[in-house]
Design a protein around this ligand. Structure first.
Ligand code: HEC
Ligand code: HEC
Ligand code: HEC
Ligand code: HEC
Length: 480
């Protein structure tokens, strides 16, 4: 509607104004419509619920809730369904490393370079976390935190810090209920409830009491228990922390990691100290138009649905592109095709920017690695390594978020431009150092066309790092 090509003739210009005037009216109407929809959603749907059989305080078995709430349960149960993938998302599992072997380099020395798959429905959370190649004997219990409603129960029984301190293997076989009712609801009143302490604690450090959040905010905050950036404070406690003390933007995460000097792992090729953003869906969403206009995660991912005249919340949390009529068209009067094209065109642009940033970052790692080979010292490489560490923070903030650019298109572009620029600056600075050590041309690039080839390139660096760590077991291989 607003994408019409500008007319060349005077007639075209006049027509342009008519179109523009028309869209202003439509936009005003959309504003009103969205406003009234958001207000309608602001009435708590849980006020309408009737409890037939009381539910225990720590009922983790989703089936036990089904007696009272068959519609919500049945739609929740459908998160097991695997539909054909959408262009960038969807419920079919995608192997990110095969699709994009540069990731094997970017996460070298870290679990995500061994296996990195796209998410699927909540129903699969237990199966998927126990079968990933990233889990080992050393994996802390903290990794269970966003996988099961048994976690809040265990935290209640053992204490939060005690839970994090344990090992992942301690709960294997015991942890059986996938993400479900108790994760988001108070079993007595069915009100939305925050069951994960890390979110409450992050809010408290920002001077906010999460129990005072509005109902519309809660419709996103229940998701922010898990769909966020996080890290484990140290290897002794494995305490779960959100890096939100300086704010929610990529720049704030950058500031936070500069300030705290936290290092998650050291990159075996380039020697760069690294952090991982995990999946900052909530933080990225906060930067977009929809958040600004009060449109919550649940508005798009859990729209209302009608069955036999009863209106309820669709608990089949999934890509809204499977359900455009209920997810988008309640507010947008665009055809299904237009909505899909709009989303995909945003995601295509995001992919292009990700590619630019990733190419620059991979080159930077390999150039740094070559500088080490030529004899450059840690002191000389500290500044360029820090640029690359920062590039990774910016890039990962968008790359690891599951909206693939949709949740905040303009912010995603800005952040990826910063990432690409930092990576290029790192490379220029490193090339200068290589020249000092006699290099006559740019560092050679290996063949990274498949994930196997990328893994073969990385392997000797990982082994050399392990050997070095074995010789000096007490310390890190690099520090900041
Ligand atoms: C305005 C609607 C809208 C809002 C609000 C919204 N999303 Fe999304 N979300 C989308 C769309 C569209 C996609 C892209 C789906 C695709 O590519 O198949 C998406 C993708 C995702 C995905 C990946 C889905 C997949 O199939 O791989 C996750 C996870 C996600 N969103 C979580 C969230 C969370 C958490 C929030 C709130 C903090 C949120 N979304 C807010 C529309 C929305
Ligand atoms: C990821 C979070 C999440 C999970 C998991 C979840 N719900 Fe909900 N539920 C919501 C949200 C969000 C709403 C909308 C609440 C509102 O706006 O008042 C809701 C609403 C409800 C309502 C109120 C009536 C309605 O349909 O709007 C019932 C009842 C309910 N859920 C039952 C369940 C049951 C039963 C389960 C487990 C099978 C479950 N929920 C799992 C987030 C969740
Ligand atoms: C207790 C933690 C937790 C909560 C709460 C949670 N999620 Fe998830 N979500 C996950 C995990 C873990 C996965 C990946 C599961 C897998 O791949 O096995 C996931 C997957 C998804 C997907 C991908 C589904 C698909 O079919 O590809 C979407 C979309 C999503 N979540 C949206 C949301 C929204 C919206 C909310 C809030 C209403 C929410 N989630 C609340 C942990 C959570
Ligand atoms: C509850 C209402 C509501 C829902 C649901 C909703 N939107 Fe929006 N959307 C808005 C509002 C409000 C704006 C801002 C328009 C304005 O203020 O002029 C907007 C803006 C947009 C824009 C332009 C801004 C941008 O971020 O690029 C796109 C594209 C868009 N929406 C797509 C979607 C898609 C796709 C869905 C479904 C997955 C969706 N919307 C669901 C209310 C909604």
């Amino acid at each position: 509607m607003s994408e019409r090509k500008s007319g060349e003739s005077r007639k075209g210009l006049v027509l342009g104004w008519v179109v523009l005037g028309g869209s202003a009216v439509v936009f005003a109407a959309l504003g009103l419509l969205a406003g009234s929809i958001i207000e309608r959603r602001a009435e708590r749907s849980v006020n309408r619920v009737q409890m037939i059989t009381p539910i225990g305080d720590w009922e983790t078995d989703n089936e036990k809730w089904a007696i009272n709430f068959p519609r919500e349960y049945n739609s929740w149960e459908r998160t097991r369904e695997l539909a054909e993938a959408t262009k960038y998302g969807g419920s079919e599992v995608k192997d990110y490393l095969a699709k994009d072997p540069r990731l094997v380099i970017l996460f070298a020395g870290f679990g995500f370079s061994k296996e990195y798959n796209s998410p699927r429905g909540h129903y699969h959370s237990i199966k998927d976390v126990t079968s990933t190649a990233r889990v080992s004997e050393k994996t802390p219990a903290t990794c269970w935190t966003c996988k099961s409603p048994m976690v809040p129960k265990l935290m209640h029984d053992k204490g939060v810090a005690e839970f994090y301190k344990g090992k992942f293997k301690d709960h294997e076989g015991v942890m059986k209920d996938p993400i479900g009712c108790l994760d988001c609801h108070d079993p007595k009143t069915m009100a939305l409830r925050i069951s994960r302490p890390a979110l409450k604690e992050a809010f408290a450090r920002r001077g906010r009491d999460i129990t005072k959040a509005s109902h519309q905010e809660m419709r996103s905050l229940v998701c922010a228990q898990c769909h966020v950036s996080y890290y484990f404070r140290d290897k002794e406690t494995n305490y779960l922390v959100f890096p939100w003390d300086d704010g929610f933007k990529a720049d704030d995460f950058d500031k936070y990691y500069e300030r705290t000097k936290f290092v998650e792992w050291v990159h075996p090729v380039s020697g760069t100290p690294m952090t991982k953003a995990r999946h900052p869906d909530y933080e990225v969403w906060l930067q977009g138009t929809h958040a600004f206009r009060g449109v919550s995660c649940a508005d798009c991912h859990m729209p209302y649905k009608s069955e036999g005249g009863v209106k309820f919340t669709d608990h089949q949390v999934r890509s809204p592109l499977y359900n455009i009529a209920n997810s988008c068209q309640v507010c947008h009067r665009w055809s299904e095709d237009e909505v899909k094209q709009r989303v995909e065109s945003i995601q295509d642009k995001n992919r292009e920017l990700l590619d630019i940033a990733e190419d620059a970052m991979v080159r930077a790692h390999i150039t740094l690695g070559d500088a080490v080979k030529l004899g450059a010292t840690d002191a000389e490489l500290a500044a360029p390594r820090n640029m690359l560490r920062r590039a990774h923070t910016y890039w990962d903030y968008i790359a690891a978020a599951n909206g693939m650019g949709f949740h905040a298109p303009q912010e995603s572009a800005r952040v990826l431009a910063k990432a690409a620029n930092l990576a290029q600056e790192c490379r220029i600075a490193t090339e200068r150092i290589r020249t000092k050590y006699g290099a006559k041309s740019e560092a050679p690039m290996p063949d990274l066309s498949t994930k196997e080839k990328a893994a073969a390139f990385v392997r000797p660096f990982v082994e050399a790092q392990k050997a070095k760590q074995a010789r000096a077991p007490q310390g890190r291989t690099a520090s900041r």
